[in-house]
Write a protein that binds this ligand. Structure first.
Ligand code: ADP
Ligand code: MG
Length: 384
């Protein structure tokens, strides 16, 4: 939905024009998976899909929330009494942002909010971060809080971790808040330092496809927790704060020290090699050799499938079919156990690849995937 439509819908709903309209995008992670809770490197870029919110301030403490994507009308809360709850609903995300802002001492005295999003939910494309960041940016602007983007992202992460109760790293919110059009964001999740890396695919005759498998395997939450715990155990056994502290050059020695801890050894190998893959992709893009990142993406998939073990048959099929049909590289993206894969391809091969992926899913009797192009797009911004 466009900015004007969101503005008009707000006016109809609340009987007055909004003070402004903002947007924040979903994201795809190009490389650097399961590294963010190991203090490592990630490299997301923003999608053209985004959450758009029309917002006005209130002075009476009332928080009114409405999403055109959810049944059930306006939800009214009191911003003075917000507290993390156990039963999470969609309103927990925007309410959590207001809570996090107020907790940090910012005088947010209520708001009327109407939003609409084109980010598919639960596809590993971060519809939740888009929702949080658009609200944080809007309130930050209206209440003139002067918060830098990285800090907005931190507050949104806190909203999701503490208020919503979902353990996520800092990547999604930072991507939505800080990405720039035609770039991928090289982010060090330890100190939050970041660098915009030129990633203009179209100019090089390339495309990046997203294959949303439309599946979410039920055990994903518990498995995420197990991987996190395994990584923490690896760091403890190796005597470092986080696996990020194992240099790639020391990997073999570190693995040898882990003795018969087979599972931990696999997790450590993934995280350390994945950080190195992010650095290789950055170097290749900065030297202008975009095609050469393909094999690095594919290596990343093998590592997630065989060492970290977070892939699933649908993701493997999307990757294998793409490579067999001539893609330059492909890998699962996001946490795994469903969600989406990305495929780097020559522009000329897009139709052939899309057809091959769709046919392979039909043959395997999997749910039909949604295949679309991901153009590196702008981060969060004010539209009106
Ligand atoms: P992801 O971030 O990968 O899409 P999450 O489970 O983290 O998946 O977040 C999805 C949740 O975010 C939805 O279940 C819903 O509660 C909330 N959400 C996302 N987009 C919207 C929207 N447009 N309107 C209302 N709630 C939304
Ligand atoms: Mg999310």
């Amino acid at each position: 939905m466009g900015a004007q439509q969101v503005r008009e819908a707000f006016a109809e709903l609340y009987g007055a024009e909004p003070e402004g309209v903002w947007s924040a995008p979903g994201r795809v992670n190009l490389i650097g998976e399961h590294t963010d809770y190991n203090d490592g490197f990630v490299m997301p870029f923003a999608l053209p899909h985004m959450a758009t919110a029309a917002v006005s301030r209130r002075t009476d403490g009332v928080l009114r929330l409405h999403s055109s994507d959810v049944e059930g009308g306006v939800v009214e809360l009191s911003s003075d009494t917000l507290a993390p709850e156990s039963d999470r609903t969609w309103t927990s995300y925007p309410a959590g942002v207001v809570w996090a802002l107020r907790e940090a001492g910012h005088p947010v005295t209520g708001a009327d909010i109407h939003l609409s999003s084109t980010v598919p939910t639960g596809a590993g494309l971060s519809s939740s971060a888009a929702l949080e960041v658009v609200i944080a940016l809007a309130l930050g602007d209206l209440y003139e809080l002067g918060l830098p983007r990285w800090q907005l992202a931190r507050l949104c992460q806190r909203a999701e971790n503490v208020y919503v109760g979902a353990p996520t790293g800092i990547m999604d919110q930072t991507a939505s808040a800080c990405c720039e059009q035609g770039h991928a964001l090289f982010l060090d999740t330890r100190d939050l330092s970041q660098r915009q890396i030129p990633f203009d695919l179209a100019a090089e005759g390339l495309r990046l496809l997203v294959v949303d498998t439309q599946v979410k395997h039920a055990h994903s939450g518990g498995e995420y927790g197990k991987r996190r715990a395994g990584c923490e155990k690896g760091a403890a056994l190796l005597g470092v704060d986080a696996l990020r502290d194992i240099p790639y050059a020391d990997l073999d020695a570190a693995l040898a020290r882990l003795g018969d801890e087979d599972e931990v050894r696999r997790l450590v190998r993934h995280v350390v090699t994945e950080d190195q893959r992010v650095e290789r992709v950055v170097a290749l893009l900065e030297s202008g050799d975009t095609r050469a990142i393909g094999p690095v993406l594919t290596e990343g998939h093998a590592s997630l499938r065989d060492d970290f073990r977070v892939s699933c048959p649908e993701l493997d099929l999307a990757v294998d079919t793409s490579l067999a049909a001539g893609a330059l590289g492909a890998r699962m993206t996001g946490g795994g156990f469903g969600g989406s894969a990305i495929v780097l391809t020559e522009t000329a091969d897009v139709d052939t690849l899309t057809k091959a992926i769709e046919e392979s899913f039909a043959t395997a009797a999997f749910t039909a995937p949604r295949v679309f192009e991901a153009v590196p797009s702008a981060g969060a911004r004010r539209l009106i």
